[in-house]
Design a protein around this ligand. Structure first.
Ligand SMILES: Cc1cc2nc3c(=O)[nH]c(=O)nc-3n(C[C@H](O)[C@H](O)[C@H](O)COP(=O)(O)OP(=O)(O)OC[C@H]3O[C@@H](n4cnc5c(N)ncnc54)[C@H](O)[C@@H]3O)c2cc1C
Length: 345
């Protein structure tokens, strides 16, 4: 089979007309329980699709990275141009680090016998598939004209990875699931679920201040307050609000996982450890920005605050600190480039 031309997933229609299925052949064996049975497998089947997406996205980057080192434009390799690396390559390396960290955590829980992981499966698949799809798209751009034609194979990866945002639950259905289940969990626990993540991140920051954990903590607290306010004011009736919340929840939970991993690596000059910690700080900035922006969309977008009362609200959740998650992220991106492209300083 030629990998460049053939489809990775052959798909064809199946038509059933007047088919009789005897009751002993009922899939799952118990009438009326189909949806429940299907839902119970999504914790691991969606994790499998997430893993597949990460593999495809990383494969696209593994083609773009050597290309960028070899391709000389305007007197120097593309890998030495920040406008190229910090736009088309580094953000994806960072997000794959975050996605892999979350995937590993959930996989370990499955191996330990946890069967109630439907939301975690949805979070893993939503984030990994959307990340991989964007990475494959940017890998095409990173190869210029060669990205669009078949020779280097990135356009094939893009076409194949695109399905991961659609099957096994579309991204929008996953946003529905994440928003609904985590909203219920938040008000049932009176905010304890995300508060415990915020407290855990704050404690981790005391142990290791190289992993961006203080910002993951602030973002978790801001998310918590936004969910509770949206609930009290019945904004959760709006699907747009629920999708904004789902994206905040996804980023906070994935970020907390990367924060844990990076903090546990301790303090070291090992380049690979420094890469994970730089990725954790960069991703903390992304999480902080998304949480802040979606909070504005939800609370100001629904006319809940005047400018005076909104300032007071921001103050009450230490939100003024969130933008500082961006501090030194350009240097962190430079550092990741040095390691990935072996660029000399
Ligand atoms: C290559 C391939 C392989 C497949 N393999 C399998 C398989 O092995 N097993 C299997 O069972 N299925 C399989 N499918 C089917 C796949 O799971 C469905 O195509 C997918 O779930 C989307 O359903 P749909 O096509 O009916 O789209 P629709 O449900 O019509 O959705 C269209 C759009 O509307 C959005 N949308 C739908 N409902 C809502 C809502 N409530 N709120 C907001 N937005 C919404 C969707 O997210 C999507 O963007 C496969 C499909 C393909 C293309």
């Amino acid at each position: 089979m030629s990998l460049k031309k053939d489809r990775a997933s052959n798909t064809s229609p199946l038509t059933f007309t007047d088919v009789f299925v005897p009751v002993e052949n009922l899939v799952g064996g118990v009438p009326g329980q189909g949806l429940k049975q299907a839902n119970s497998v999504f914790g691991y089947t969606r994790l499998m699709v997430a893993a597949m997406a990460i593999g495809a996205g990383e494969a696209a980057l593994s083609i773009a990275i050597p290309y960028a080192k070899d391709r000389i434009q305007f007197g120097s390799p593309l890998s030495e141009k920040q406008g190229y690396t910090h736009k088309l390559i580094v953000p994806h390396i960072v997000r794959f680090e975050a996605a892999s960290s979350y995937l590993d955590e959930v996989a370990l829980r499955i191996d330990a016998g946890d069967t109630d992981l439907q939301v975690e499966g949805a979070i893993a698949k939503l984030f990994a598939s959307e990340t991989a799809n964007r990475a494959a798209e940017d890998a095409i751009q990173a190869l210029g004209g060669y990205g669009y034609i078949t020779e280097f194979g990135v356009e094939k990866i893009k076409r194949d990875v695109r399905i991961t945002c659609i099957y096994e639950g579309t991204s929008e259905i996953l946003q529905n699931i994440i928003g609904m289940f985590r909203w219920k969990k938040t008000w049932k626990t009176k905010g304890a679920f995300y508060r415990s993540i915020a407290e855990e991140m704050t404690a981790l920051h005391q142990k290791n201040d190289q992993a961006g954990c203080q910002y993951y903590g602030l973002a978790a607290e801001a998310l918590n307050r936004t969910i509770l306010l949206a609930h009290e004011n019945r904004l959760t009736r709006s699907q747009h609000v629920m999708f904004c919340l789902a994206d905040m929840m996804t980023h906070v939970e994935i970020g907390a996982s990367l924060g844990r991993k990076a903090a546990d690596l301790g303090s070291s000059r090992d380049p690979q450890i420094q890469k994970v910690q730089a990725a954790a700080r960069i991703f903390a900035a992304e999480v902080a920005q998304l949480v802040y922006q979606n909070m504005l969309k939800i609370l100001l977008g629904n006319g809940m605050f005047t400018s005076e009362t909104f300032s007071g609200f921001l103050e009450s959740i230490s939100c003024r600190q969130l933008p500082f998650a961006c501090a030194n992220t350009v240097q962190d991106m430079d550092r990741i480039c040095e390691l990935v492209f072996e660029n000399k300083k």
